[in-house]
Design a protein. Structure first.
Ligand SMILES: [Zn+2]
Length: 110
């Protein structure tokens, strides 16, 4: 994850990464609290050092072909529709683990 952000930062060699936003699905296996806890250690000594982390949690959602609608599910429902109980396998959100944004300040910034 840090490497991915460093890659973004590499596009602006003079820049310093000041903030990073992550988008994490509830079924991605990542725990936001753990990410936030590990963040200062992960970025220490990198170009990201001192950058703020913000984690956006995405609730898992499935497309239920029986209800013909998108339903929110939690990890305990697995891929079963909470509305009608039919097992549907079409997860539309929930496995995300991606960089939403990276704020880079350059020395030219006011
Ligand atoms: Zn349903």
């Amino acid at each position: 994850m840090v490497h991915a952000v460093e890659k973004v930062a590499a596009d602006t060699p003079d820049g310093r990464v000041t903030a990073v936003g992550l988008r994490v699905g509830t079924m991605s296996g990542a725990i936001p609290e753990a990410l936030e806890g590990a963040w200062p250690i992960a970025i220490a000594g990198t170009r990201l050092a001192g950058a703020a982390l913000s984690v956006e949690v995405l609730t898992a959602q499935i497309w239920c072909s029986s209800c013909e609608s998108i339903q929110e599910v939690d990890e305990f429902y697995a891929l079963t529709c909470p509305a009608c109980g039919v097992g549907c396998g079409n997860l539309v959100h929930g496995r995300e683990f991606e960089i939403a944004y990276a704020e880079i300040s350059t020395p030219d910034d006011p």
